[in-house]
Design a protein around this ligand. Structure first.
Ligand code: NAD
Ligand code: UDP
Length: 323
């Protein structure tokens, strides 16, 4: 098949492009390089079945494709709050453009939605039938509400125009190729620990998250795209839940004993520092993956230890090159 991956030069998108190429497909990677990078896909450039298109999905695009994975959208709070109007535009106008393309060429389209559609959830774990608790005027709304409208658009193009859609709700995912300056918790903690800097905990660290390794996530996305049983939305994430404080301790234990990478100096005795909790930061997040287990026969397989070993190795190499 010829498959379009928007946001293909980003963290998850680059792993997806790699996986689809390995399956023998032609892959069109479309990206505006806001948070993505050529470094993430440089190893794919020599493959004659791989094409890179610099384009912004808020502008229409004419292509002939069989499937579309719509991942284009900054995912880290630091990045999506940098230009919040653009973030909403990317999820709303961008998704309309991709749905228009899917409609015209009769391609199947999968939307990368998010656990953020549940906002600061009042129930845990979160199931797909929970409608969420989202503040529509807060600093996370550009992302949360953008993604909620993207789901609405997907469902309405399905009901109104019979577009062949799939929706996955992705929970916190980590792995190699997260950007050094990504600002999300996994990359922040690992980079800080590797530099021998104190780990920054926002709030008192009692808020929870569940971390899914990127290869597990990509497997779930590909399964969802290539089945005919249901359109979703379906949760994809790892149900193992940690408080942020527990997670910081895990990272410190994992990296702790190793000396900091030159030229970084050991600071703060490798301890933790507490910073203010950002506005609307969700207190708990844990996926109920019963639906994915049942319909996709999917569940995460990579343990946190194994996933962290890969991710820490990646960041260590990146920092050594920089250092
Ligand atoms: P990322 O920031 O690494 O990747 C996003 C990619 O989209 C980047 O390459 C960026 O340059 C590109 N992009 C942004 N706006 C664009 C635009 N207007 N036009 C074209 N390209 C654009 O983030 P990621 O973690 O790889 O996330 C990928 C997708 O998965 C996003 O849609 C995100 O909302 C979703 N998601 C990710 C997570 C996670 O934990 N990583 C969780 C939930 C949902
Ligand atoms: N967080 C933190 N220190 C950091 C970065 C994030 O304590 O350096 C916290 C953040 O406040 C949130 C959790 O870690 O409670 C996950 O944040 P992230 O930005 O990774 O993603 P989110 O799940 O909030 O979208």
């Amino acid at each position: 098949m010829r498959i379009l991956v928007t946001g293909g030069a980003g963290f998850i998108g680059s792993h997806l492009c790699e996986r689809l190429l390995n399956e023998g497909h032609d892959v069109l990677c479309l990206d505006n390089f806001f948070t993505g990078s050529k470094d993430n896909i440089i190893h794919l450039m020599d493959n004659h079945r791989f094409e890179l298109i610099r384009h912004d999905i808020t502008q229409p695009m004419l292509l002939e494709v069989d499937q579309i994975y719509n991942l284009a959208c900054p995912a880290s709070p630091v990045h999506y709050q940098y230009n919040p109007v653009k973030t909403t535009k990317t999820s709303v106008v961008g998704t309309i453009n991709m749905l228009g393309l899917a409609k015209r060429v009769r391609a199947r389209i999968l939307q990368a939605s998010t656990s953020e559609v549940y906002g600061d959830p009042k129930v845990s774990p979160q199931k797909e039938d929970y409608w969420g608790n989202v503040n529509c005027i807060g600093i996370r709304s550009c992302y949360d509400e953008g993604k909620r409208v993207a789901e609405t658009l997907m469902m309405d193009y399905y009901r109104q125009n019979k577009v062949d859609i799939r929706i996955v709700r992705i929970f916190n995912t980590y792995g190699p190729r997260m950007a050094l300056n990504d600002g999300r918790v996994v990359s922040n903690f690992i980079v800080q620990a590797l530099k021998g800097q104190p780990i920054t905990i926002y709030g008192n660290g009692s808020q929870t998250r569940s971390f899914c390794y990127v290869s597990d996530l990509v497997e779930g996305m590909v399964r969802m795209m290539n089945q005919d049983k249901f359109i979703g939305p379906v949760n994809l994430g790892n149900p193992d839940e940690y408080t942020i404080l527990e997670f910081a301790k895990k990272i410190k234990k994992f990296i702790g004993a190793t000396p900091p990478i030159p030229p970084f100096k050991k600071g703060g005795a490798g301890g933790v520092v507490f910073k203010p909790l950002p506005q609307d930061d969700p207190m708990q997040r844990r996926p109920d993956i019963t639906l994915a287990r049942k319909k996709l026969k999917w569940e995460p397989r990579v343990s946190l230890e194994k996933g962290l070993a890969e991710t820490v190795g990646y960041f260590r190499r990146r920092l050594e090159v920089r250092g």
